[in-house]
Every structure is written in C-alpha cells, then in structure tokens.
Design a protein around this ligand. Structure first.
Ligand code: 8YV
Length: 314
C-alpha cells in the first residue's frame, strides 16, 4: 500500500519522482479537500510557506510526519505538532552556501547600483558613457554587521573576508569558535547597527526576532549604510523600513524576503529607487533545490516508516 501524502501545492518534478515509488500524493484544496481524503493522510510535505497549525493537523487523524522543504519553519506551529505527536522535519545545512551567496548578490547589487544601472543601460537615455553617473558605495574594505552568526551567518562572514571587510556580528550568545575562525568581533545590536556599512539579517523568524529591526534600530544605522534581509520579512518592520528609506536614515536596502510575501503590488517599498527586491531566491539554485528535495523526501519517508528523521526540528 503506498503511503498517503498531502502537499499544499504542485510539487517539483524532482520531488514527485523521488516520491513516486512509495507514495500517493494529494494536493490540498484548502478546507474544500474532502474529509475522506484527509482521513487517510499519513504525511504532509510542506512546499513553500503555508500556515500550518493544529486546526489543520486535526483534519488528518493519521498524520504522523510533516516534512518541510526548507530550513525556516516559522509557518508551522511546532508546539501544536509536538502535542499531537507529529514529527516535523526540515533541511538545515543545505541552504547555507546558496543563501550566503544571495546575501552578497543583494549587497553588491544595491551598493553598486546594479539594478538601476541595468535599466539605464537598456533604456533610451544611455547614448554616451558618463563617468559622473551611478556612483555607488565601496564594498571591499567596508564593515559588515552580521545579525545571526549561525550556519548562514558564518558563510556570509567567509565571503566578507574575501572582500577584506571588517566583520562584526550579533548573536543571542557569543560564538567564540566563529570569532576565532572568521575574525569576527561581537557587538551588541545597537553597536553593530551604528558601526556597520552593511547590516545583513541571517536569523530565523521567531517570537524574539519578529520586528527585530524597527524604527529605533533603523535610526541607529548610518545614513550611508544598507540593510540586507535574506532571513524572513517578519524580522523587519516594513512600515519603519519605508520611513527609513524615504527619510534617508539609511542609504538603501536589499531584500529577498518581505512581509507579507509577496507585497501588495501598490506597496510603497516597491516604488523606492534605493531598494533591490528579489522574490525569495535565497536557496534557489539547481543543486541546492535538489539537495533540499532529497532531504525533504528522506525526512518524510523516515517518519512514515517509523524511523528517526535525518533532520527533526520537532
Ligand atoms: C526556501 C528558505 O526556498 O529554507 C528556507 O528557510 O527560506 C528558502 O531558502 C524555502 O523555505 C522553500 O520554500
């Protein structure tokens, strides 16, 4: 008998191929999904960031494992899963390199006017080269402030070394091993914000980090500094960010994630020139996506067959 697996949206061909020998996959149609279908579901493969809490889990009495495609699990109510004896898996360690690469891609793009320059180079105004235009900010030799010195933060620090940057970091607790290995110096959050040219957010979204960066924090940054968010939109208060960018409290921002995601099409952030926005591409490389797919299916199948999940978060 194949395992009965639910997913919230169309899965990638890779995941479908990995699941095909063992599982029958049903796509969640919201509350419209017939009860007799949900009664049979044993595993839930979460693809993207739908909110999953106890009220959804309770629709599936046989559910014993939730496998999340990705490391961040802020959209899944872990305590609700724990109290119901449902295992939750995720994919730590696999997205670090790609997400750190993306942090730097965004940092470089906003500092060096890459998006503005791209539009200009394609547009009608570019009729003659003008050395007066599009002066950006130095990246090499500047100071980076990494908020969250976990796996991704450490990969960001490694890249910053190659750019001869001074590396500051803030973390819940000091990471002395990272300090020694990467030449990073610990700072309180206010000190990091005041002393960095680039502040990168590399923390998970938790109740403690929700709106970690708000009005007060943005005002502590330098008017020449940039904020780079590759974590979760919810780490930043977006009203405050718009105000900071319009008022010139900071020079610019580059974000891979927003709150909500996507932003409403008329959101003021989308109209600002000193912002670069990507549609959550942090881990979107072919290799990383494959590795994530494999681990998500391994976690799911382990849970379904009563074995320990390779990566269990709850
Ligand atoms: C994933 C991510 O692409 O792993 C994470 O937490 O944010 C992304 O890199 C995403 O979660 C998959 O939908």
């Amino acid at each position: 008998m194949p395992y009965q697996v639910l997913t919230n949206t169309q899965l990638s061909p890779t995941i479908l191929e990995l699941l095909a020998p063992s599982s029958e996959v049903t796509i969640w149609q919201g509350r419209e999904t017939p009860a007799e279908v949900l009664q049979k579901i044993e595993g839930f493969l979460v693809y993207g960031h739908p909110k999953i809490d106890g009220s959804i889990m309770d629709l599936m009495p046989k559910l014993r494992v939730i496998s999340n495609f990705g490391v961040g699990v802020d959209h899944i109510h872990l305590e609700d899963a724990r109290t119901r004896g449902i295992a939750v898996g995720n994919t730590p360690g696999l997205v670090d390199g790609a997400t750190a690469d993306m942090t730097f891609a965004l940092l470089m793009a906003v500092a060096r006017n890459l998006v503005i320059g791209d539009h200009y180079a394609r547009g009608p105004e570019f009729t003659a080269y003008d050395p007066n235009l599009h002066h950006g900010y130095e990246v090499h030799g500047s100071t980076i402030g990494i908020v969250g010195m976990g796996n991704i933060g450490q990969q960001v620090a490694k890249r910053a070394r190659g750019f001869d940057m001074e590396i500051l970091y803030h973390n819940r607790k000091r990471n002395e091993a990272a300090e020694a290995a990467l030449g990073a110096s610990y700072r309180s959050l206010p000190d990091l914000l005041a002393q960095s040219d680039y502040v990168t957010l590399n923390v998970p979204l938790t109740p403690e980090t929700r709106h970690l960066i708000g009005r007060k924090e943005l005002q502590q940054m330098r008017p020449t500094a940039f904020l780079i968010n590759v974590a979760r939109g919810g780490v930043v208060d977006h009203d405050a960010l718009v105000e900071a960018l319009q008022a010139g409290w900071i020079a610019g921002a580059a974000v891979d994630v927003t709150e909500p995601e996507p932003l409403p099409r008329d959101h003021p952030l989308l109209k600002l020139k000193n912002v670069v926005i990507a549609p959550h591409l942090g881990s979107a490389t072919r290799q990383t996506r494959y590795n994530m797919a494999k681990r998500t299916v391994d976690n799911l199948l382990a849970g379904l067959s009563g074995q320990a999940l390779p990566n269990r978060i709850a």
